[in-house]
Ligand binder design. Structure first.
Ligand SMILES: *[C@@H]1O[C@H](CO)[C@@H](O)[C@H](O)[C@H]1NC(C)=O
Ligand SMILES: *[C@@H]1O[C@H](CO)[C@@H](O)[C@H](O)[C@H]1NC(C)=O
Ligand SMILES: *[C@@H]1O[C@H](CO)[C@@H](O)[C@H](O)[C@H]1NC(C)=O
Ligand SMILES: *[C@@H]1O[C@H](CO)[C@@H](O)[C@H](O)[C@H]1NC(C)=O
Length: 462
């Protein structure tokens, strides 16, 4: 009995004490807001929930207390806390939910870095009591990023966030999109690892960092895409997918490094035939290095360095044969056509023009025309055919024979002439004599003597 009475007394006295102490405790122990966590680290774009519970004296000044308003805030305007629901920065992104009278949740969706702040819960009662739970909950909204630190032997990945150590975040790692068992802040991988890695904050797995990986899908493109012509401007572009961003290096053929111009581009303002060749690029970031396929740059140009030659060299003798050869430097290879000056139709096509059994009429200017898709060019050559030695001999023999055949003819003609002269001597000379006797008798003998002497002298000459 005694024991029972004692306990009853204790209980009733305790109740009395509680009633009596209410005014004293008010504003101190009986007014409280409890937050489940004081620091929260959340990733950008994710949704965060902040929970709290609160308590207040059930009776104030002899009346039952009733909570009239609950809300969350981060800033105050003229000392009046601004309800997040009326804050334009949070429009449409916040939700309050008080499941029982004293347990409330604030939900913020689509987190922004500007949402990083201290969130406080406040409630007011019908008795005019107002209470703010301080300090509030510090929310850090962070952009997650995997930082890569490469040493000669390995690569260390760190899940970087702006959350402070006090936020005590836990991490989750993903390899090629698949969750790994590691939950540490950093991760070691081998150098030149082919995989991609990302991290997330535990509890915010939907909001991962962008993945980091070595350059992939390395391509080289050439602009313009069609035929590349000497003197034109050409741009080679190296592109790859890499994170962190890759740096690029250009090479020509035997690993000859080309001076870097713009990071991803190699530019020829006026491309030259000597710049034809194979090009490739490499892309490198902290995760590794990759080499592109080789592209062949083939610079086209019209024939140049056109030259014509005659073989054999030296005197071109009638009756012999010659090769006229034309050559040039051209890309694509040129075709050749031979013309003779003042003749419209081509004499031949091909690099070598052979003329056999040369005649003097083959002499003259020849020109060779080299042509490819880029243009044409010509070059002239002079050919002089001289009479050959054998021809000269034949002509000498011919001449000799003619002379030898002429001698009897000459002799015969002279002999005939002599006979004629002798027969003619009696009559005309007599007539002359008679005339001369008439006009000039003194000269008669001398004239006759001269006339009769003439044939004898001509015969001697022959
Ligand atoms: C390219 O990046 C790699 C790794 O980040 C670095 O080691 C290298 O020096 C860089 N090269 C150039 C030319 O910037
Ligand atoms: C001309 O060229 C042909 C082959 O193209 C060769 O057989 C010939 O010997 C050459 N003739 C001369 C005179 O060079
Ligand atoms: C030479 O090449 C040009 C251009 O490629 C072409 O138009 C022409 O028909 C060719 N001529 C001969 C004789 O092959
Ligand atoms: C040869 O080329 C020159 C220019 O290189 C040009 O002026 C000339 O007309 C050409 N001659 C012929 C016959 O094509």
């Amino acid at each position: 009995m005694r024991g029972a009475a004692m306990s009853l007394t204790a209980a009733s006295s305790g109740f009395v004490v509680l009633l009596l102490t209410v005014p004293v405790i008010q504003g101190q122990r009986d007014w409280r807001v409890f937050y489940s966590r004081t620091h929260i680290c959340a990733s950008k774009g994710s949704t965060v929930e902040i929970h709290c519970s609160y308590r207040y004296p059930s009776i104030t000044n002899g009346y039952y207390t009733k909570v009239e308003e609950t809300f969350w805030f981060t800033k105050s305007i003229n000392d009046a806390p601004l309800d997040l629901r009326t804050d334009s920065d949070y429009r449409g992104r916040v939700e309050y939910n008080c499941r029982t009278w004293i347990i409330c949740t604030l939900t913020i969706r689509d987190l922004r870095e500007s949402d990083s702040a201290e969130y406080k819960f406040r409630f007011t009662t019908n008795q005019g009591g107002k209470y703010t739970g301080e300090p509030g909950v510090t929310l850090s909204v962070t952009d997650l990023q995997v930082l890569v630190e490469r040493s000669s032997t390995q690569t260390e990945l760190k899940c970087h966030s702006s959350c402070k150590a006090a936020d005590r975040p836990s991490y989750v790692w993903y390899k090629n999109g698949l969750k790994m068992k590691e939950e540490t802040f950093s991760l070691r991988v081998s150098a030149n690892d082919d995989n991609s890695y990302s991290c997330a904050l535990k509890g915010h797995e939907d909001h991962r960092s962008p993945p980091v990986y070595a350059p992939k899908l390395l391509t080289v493109s050439v602009s313009p895409s069609g035929e590349i012509v000497e003197g034109s401007s050409v741009t080679l572009t190296c592109s790859s997918d890499a994170n962190p961003a890759a740096n690029y290096t250009w090479y020509k053929e035997n690993d000859r490094k080309l001076p870097s111009q713009q990071p991803q581009l190699f530019f020829f303002s006026s491309i030259q035939p000597s710049e034809s060749g194979e090009y490739y690029c490499t892309a490198e970031n902290e995760m590794g290095r990759r080499t592109s396929a080789h592209v062949f740059i083939d610079v086209k140009y019209a024939p140049k360095l056109l030259s014509v030659s005659v073989s054999p060299s030296g005197e071109i003798v009638e009756g012999s044969s010659v090769n006229l050869t034309c050559s040039s430097d051209a890309n694509p290879a040129a075709n050749y056509t031979w013309y003779k000056e003042n003749e419209d139709s081509p004499k031949a096509s091909g690099q070598i023009f052979t003329i056999t059994d040369l005649r003097p009429e083959h002499s003259g200017n020849y020109y060779c025309e080299a042509q490819n898709t880029r243009g044409r060019r010509n070059s002239t050559l002079n050919l002089t055919v001289v009479a050959g030695k054998s021809v000269l001999m034949i002509n000498i023999i011919r001449l000799t024979l003619v002379v030898l055949m002429l001698i009897p003819l000459v002799v015969l003609s002279l002999w005939t002439r002599k006979k004629k002269t002798l027969s003619l001597n009696s009559e005309p000379n007599e007539a002359v004599k008679m005339m001369e006797v008439d006009s000039c008798p003194g000269y008669e003998n001398s004239t006759t003597a001269a006339q009769t002497q003439e044939p004898e002298e001509q015969e001697d000459l022959v």
